[in-house]
Design a protein around this ligand. Structure first.
Ligand SMILES: [Zn+2]
Length: 200
């Protein structure tokens, strides 16, 4: 017998996104337009207390915006709430399938290269293309950690049939990273690395 109960896990989408989305276009034919949108998401997100990361899923052919995402880890109190995870989870909900590949060809555009969590999520999401802005070293330069992600991650994606384009509008994405003054939330993970402790 237990008195504990658990409800559903809800991934919070910041309220500001739907207000902001009322004034944006819905078709983004060029890759730079798609990247500019994700960088703008990251930039606006800072004003609301989120992290300096933005992402979005687009229909690869038409350029239609399917779903946006921002880093909402700290306000949303969840380590899941990376921009890529939010965009992919929303896209799967919009398209009504956990496997985006069954619905067409979709592109994940992210203002910074994916961390180990997002790499896993994007692999299982069925996207056929990944476009990145800032390099991982740019995120690491301000204290964030990409986690235990193999140095061959790009090749792994390509072998799985996912096209990878890196360093699109990197300076603009880096500018948002460098303007961030909030919490660097993977501190425990990093200090764990610095001070190994026994698991016994
Ligand atoms: Zn991530």
């Amino acid at each position: 017998m237990t008195s504990k109960r658990w409800g559903n896990v809800e991934l919070t989408v910041p309220a500001w996104i739907n207000i902001w989305a009322e004034d944006i276009q819905t078709i983004f034919p060029e890759v730079n337009q798609r990247m500019a949108l994700t960088i703008e998401l990251a930039r606006v997100n800072l004003k609301y207390g989120g992290g300096p990361f933005g992402a979005a899923v687009f229909n690869r052919q038409s350029g239609e915006l399917i779903a946006p995402g921002v880093n909402w880890v700290v306000p949303g109190k969840s380590s899941l709430l990376h921009a890529e995870v939010m965009a992919l989870a929303l896209a799967e909900q919009v398209l009504g399938n956990y496997n985006l590949a069954s619905q067409g060809e979709f592109e994940l555009v992210t203002s910074v290269e994916p961390c180990c969590q997002c790499l896993g999520v994007l692999l299982w999401s069925g996207v056929s293309s990944l476009v990145c802005g800032a390099h991982s070293v740019d995120a690491e330069a301000i204290g964030f950690d990409e986690g235990p992600r193999g140095s061959n991650w790009e090749q792994v994606l390509i072998q799985k049939g996912i096209c990878v384009t890196r360093e699109v509008m990197r300076p603009q994405a880096v500018e948002v990273l460098q303007s961030y003054t909030g919490e660097i939330y993977n501190a425990n993970y990093r200090s764990y690395n610095m001070e190994p402790r026994s698991c016994k």
